[in-house]
Design a protein around this ligand. Structure first.
Ligand SMILES: [Zn+2]
Length: 107
């Protein structure tokens, strides 16, 4: 069970997706040494980056759409984290497209 009093309990997906700053990453890794709950969450969610890399941003967003995805299909806590991850994936895809456009405009 997660502990809402744990200031790090929502950092797991950001950690796994590489969204934490270097200082935050070190802080979270230091926390993982002494917090079995967060360490277990990291283990449980470790496959998310691989799953998201196989999805398009639209597919990731659709996965979290309550209209198309039954609430019982995804546990609520995982759904919240996947929704965040879906937006992160969409942002990363938009960034990649912007970078591709930026580099291609001069060629
Ligand atoms: Zn913790």
């Amino acid at each position: 069970m997660s502990n809402p009093a744990d200031a790090y309990h929502d950092w797991d997906v950001a950690y796994l997706l590489g969204s934490l700053s270097p200082a935050e990453r070190r802080e979270f890794e230091n926390h993982l040494v002494s917090c079995p709950v967060c360490a277990d969450n990291i283990s449980a969610l470790a496959g998310i980056p691989g799953v998201l890399s196989a999805l398009s941003p639209a597919q990731a967003a659709e996965l979290m759409d309550p209209v198309t995805t039954p609430a019982t299909a995804v546990p609520r806590r995982l759904a919240r984290r996947l929704a965040w991850a879906g937006w992160a994936a969409a942002g990363a895809a938009a960034g990649a497209l912007a970078a591709r456009w930026w580099w291609s405009k001069d060629s």
